[in-house]
Design a protein around this ligand. Structure first.
Ligand SMILES: [Zn+2]
Length: 240
């Protein structure tokens, strides 16, 4: 059961109750998580990177080379790992560019470009980690014209940046920043069309996806059930 509560009329109900008891057949999608719950009421895309794929694999996973963990030494073996997991992954990523991390920009770009190639060759959407490198991502999107959808996950930037990414054809995914009043995430979420965004918990261990849906619904002025019914589901951009 969720730790968060949702107000309906004069009553406070647990978030899960509000979302799921009313319409059992709709399941919400956690677009990107590092901590799978295995909950039957949630579809979750579990992020894997090299070294995280031992044991039983999640039903839905993305496989990618995160810019934080790149090294010159391991790039070739990391790519080999990625290619071997791409066929059964639902998406490639997270992969991308991060200007706040102490990994050479050239290495980040090489790994990101390689992930783009794998995404295109395997026919899987690309989940993107991007920190202060939106211009570079948009430039790549415009020059490479990938057939696969690109989704910027953990989006917390200004609506103007959201608009540029949407115009370039990208999708956005929102999560924990929606709970931070100093973040621009909520304002951006208000402005994004319902068919262009996902919701996620990412690396927030204590955050439940139901709570993200409740929060996002409140921000957009709809009910959580309407959020699920009117938003992008697991079959939206993925070829299952
Ligand atoms: Zn992540």
């Amino acid at each position: 059961m969720c730790g968060l509560y949702y107000r309906t009329g004069s009553q406070w109900l647990p978030a899960c109750t509000v979302i799921f008891y009313g319409s059992e057949k709709v399941r919400c999608l956690n677009f990107h998580t590092h901590y799978p719950t295995g909950s039957p009421s949630v579809e979750e895309i579990v992020n894997l990177r090299p070294g995280e794929s031992s044991g039983v694999l999640p039903r839905l996973y993305s496989a990618g080379l995160h810019p934080w963990f790149l090294t010159e030494m391991s790039l070739n073996s990391d790519l080999e790992w990625l290619r071997s997991y791409a066929a059964n992954a639902i998406a490639i990523g997270e992969a991308g560019l991060d200007k706040m991390v102490n990994v050479p920009a050239s290495l980040q770009m090489a790994a990101f470009r390689a992930c783009i190639v794998v995404s295109e060759e395997s026919g899987k959407p690309l989940i993107i980690h991007c920190v202060k490198a939106f211009d570079a991502v948009i430039a790549l999107k415009k020059s490479l014209k990938p057939a696969q959808p690109w989704i910027i996950h953990g989006f917390d930037k200004h609506p103007q940046v959201a608009g540029e990414l949407l115009r370039a054809g990208c999708y956005l995914s929102f999560g924990k920043a929606l709970f931070n009043d100093r973040s621009h995430a909520a304002r951006s979420l208000q402005a994004v069309p319902a068919d262009r965004f996902f919701l996620e918990t990412d690396d927030a261990r204590d955050l439940e996806i139901e709570a993200v849906y409740v929060r996002a619904a409140r921000i957009r002025g709809v009910t959580p059930e309407e959020m699920i019914a009117g938003g992008l589901g697991i079959d939206s951009i993925f070829m299952l």
